[in-house]
Design a protein around this ligand. Structure first.
Ligand code: FAD
Ligand code: SIN
Length: 550
């Protein structure tokens, strides 16, 4: 086992992680340096695939205002967004976007060098900045990755998976254990500031827009360490992923295509959104998703279609070059043909409960970006608010940490020694092939905890996850990155299912076919390792009683 120490460790190299590392380095000198850890190559992340753009409530956009953005975010959030968080993030949008420009990020501009804004669902004005047409995430990520790589004060570990947090008896995080996927070596890294920027959970579902690394690792690590988790039932499904047979990791057809005028049609070419919402294709995302899914179920079809042929073909090619190219590779000319689309798991509104500075319920442990739940998105995220939240919260965590004395710990208690022991070189394990188990889990979640859920589907899903857990039988040390990811996916699946079972109402992206109404009194859901254990115990005893009397 190797040992090292850093003043601050940032886990994850998406937009949140890289921007946090750069801001921290810019603002303060840290004697023991900054370490950025990523489980694949630098920049490989959900961030890289972002298309539509980033909300920019810019002072020069006279048609927009923070009050309008705040109101749109709250409306989309289905009554669960936190007003103070929404306000803070909206009011800091202008500042962080101007700051990103200093790091070499470019957004698309018109011939007069003014930013061009697009419209997305549930926004009342054009306020979404984009880059490279429909390659916003990649453009931002490449600019930040360049700066991070050039920065001598930021060390980078690639192909390195964070596998367990070192939390002591006083509930303080003192570092992390990592596993190098290439050398298969473990390393204990001490630090009194660990920032989780590990992204979302799309890979828990059969169909997803997320790349293969979105396995909820940071959420699982925080949960295993005892952190408070929030709103884990709120998984956002995007309505329009490209539905090509056999593809389960699905390419996104950006909401911005609907923002520019494209219409949804059924397999007979008939528009249907008027049946579901007055804003039709630009209704909040959860509503469009359920509409598409409903049409698919009632027509027994694998997809609906997006008709973009009404948009000028030159505009389509210029504004959506990657979408046009990807569709053409699949024999679809979007200026002439309808695009087959279907919903797919896209974004996690819940996560590790934090405040705006990224503080979690464990001292010294911070979370930002999609891994965190700040309360911004409530029950349903407004399009393009995620990238904005990533940068505002990365900025804030760096600001917060600069006020702290970041000395790696001098003493290690028995609790941490026990954690390290679990990963010792002496423990030998046989490799488990998790490919089929991962597939089963993705099917279970899609069927049981997907777009429509009920007590019955959720309980069946919980039993099926329990079965997988029994067959996998790993709780700490694993043998490969894939095993670690599966260990984490199982834990997150359990949290999603239990939280969805407990929320006996429909709200935003959480739609219960057995509780269709919204319960005005219900608020955020909170979960910890201990409370989940208690809930499962009482569920099991309820069932034992039922079987006794039936
Ligand atoms: P990510 O970008 O997902 O980065 C997570 C990082 O953590 C990765 O580098 C990963 O390798 C690393 N990691 C994970 N686990 C570990 C571990 N155990 N050890 C070490 N490293 C680890 N949002 C918008 O606002 N606008 C959009 O237009 C938009 N379009 C989208 C399009 C697509 C196809 C997708 C998938 C998402 C889109 N989103 C969009 C959502 C948005 O991209 C993400 O929510 C956001 O980029 C998350 O950033 P992040 O930095 O928190 O996490
Ligand atoms: C999209 O481009 O449709 C995705 C936007 C988002 O997820 O915010």
């Amino acid at each position: 086992m190797k040992y090292s120490k850093y003043s601050a460790i940032i886990i994850g190299s998406g937009i949140a992680g890289m921007y946090a590392a750069l801001k921290l380095e810019q603002q303060t000198h840290l004697a023991d340096g900054i370490l950025l850890i990523t489980k694949s190559k630098l920049g490989e992340s959900n961030s890289r695939y972002a298309q539509g753009g980033m909300v920019g409530v810019l002072k020069e956009n006279k048609k927009d205002s923070t009050s309008s953005h705040i109101s749109d975010t709250i409306k989309a959030g289905a009554g669960l967004s936190e007003l103070n968080t929404v306000k803070f993030i909206s009011e800091n949008s202008d500042k962080v976007i101007k700051d990103l420009l200093n790091f070499g990020v470019e957004f698309d501009r018109d011939e007069n060098n003014n930013f061009t804004f697009t419209l997305e669902a549930a926004h009342s004005v054009r306020r979404v900045l984009h880059s490279g047409g429909d390659a916003t995430g990649r453009m931002i990520e490449e600019a930040l990755a360049k700066k991070v790589s050039e920065n001598a004060n930021i060390d980078i570990y690639e192909d390195t998976v964070a596998v367990e947090l070192l939390v002591n008896m006083a509930n303080e995080c003192k570092g992390v254990i990592v596993f190098n996927d290439i050398t298969q070596e473990y390393e204990v890294i001490y630090s009194s500031a660990v920032v989780l920027a590990t992204g979302g959970i799309g890979q828990l579902y059969k169909y997803t827009t997320n790349p293969s690394g979105a396995t909820g690792d940071g959420m699982a690590l925080a949960y295993f360490a005892g952190a408070v988790m929030q709103d884990m039932e709120f998984v956002q499904f995007h309505p329009t992923a490209l539905a090509i047979d056999g593809d389960e990791n699905r390419f996104l057809i950006s909401e911005a295509v609907r923002g520019e005028g494209a219409k949804l049609v059924d397999s007979d070419g008939i528009e249907f959104m008027h049946k579901y919402h007055e804003k039709r294709e630009l209704a909040p995302r959860d509503i469009v998703t359920r509409a598409n899914y409903n049409e698919m179920l009632s027509q027994k079809a694998d997809n609906v279609y997006l008709n973009a042929t009404c948009i000028d073909s030159d505009k389509l090619a210029k504004r959506f070059p990657n979408i046009s190219k990807k569709c053409l590779e699949n024999g679809i000319d979007i200026s002439k043909d309808f695009i087959p689309v279907a919903p797919a798991a896209h974004y996690m509104m819940g996560g590790i409960k934090t405040n705006i500075e990224g503080e979690t319920s464990i001292r010294g442990l911070y979370a930002i970006g999609e891994a965190a739940s700040t309360g911004l998105h409530g029950g349903n995220r407004l399009a393009s608010n995620s990238l904005l939240e990533c940068v505002v919260c990365a900025y804030e965590v760096a600001n917060f940490l600069k006020t702290k004395e970041l000395n790696p710990p001098k003493q290690i208690d028995v609790c941490i020694k026990d954690i390290i022991e679990k990963y010792s070189d002496e423990i030998y394990l046989e490799e488990i092939d998790v490919t089929e188990m991962k597939k089963s889990l993705k099917n279970i979640m899609w069927q049981g905890a997907g777009i429509f859920r009920s007590e019955e589907t959720l309980k069946n899903a919980l039993d099926a996850v329990d079965n997988l857990k029994m067959n996998f039988h790993r709780t700490a040390k694993c043998i490969s990155k894939s095993e670690y990811e599966f260990r984490n996916m199982l834990a997150v699946a359990e949290m999603v299912i239990i939280s969805a079972l407990r929320r006996r109402e429909s709200r935003g992206a959480h739609f219960r076919t057995d509780y269709l109404q919204t319960d005005e009194k219900s608020r955020h859901s909170i979960l910890t390792k201990t409370s989940l254990y208690d809930i499962k115990k009482s569920l099991n005893s309820e069932r034992a009683e039922d079987s006794l009397y039936n």
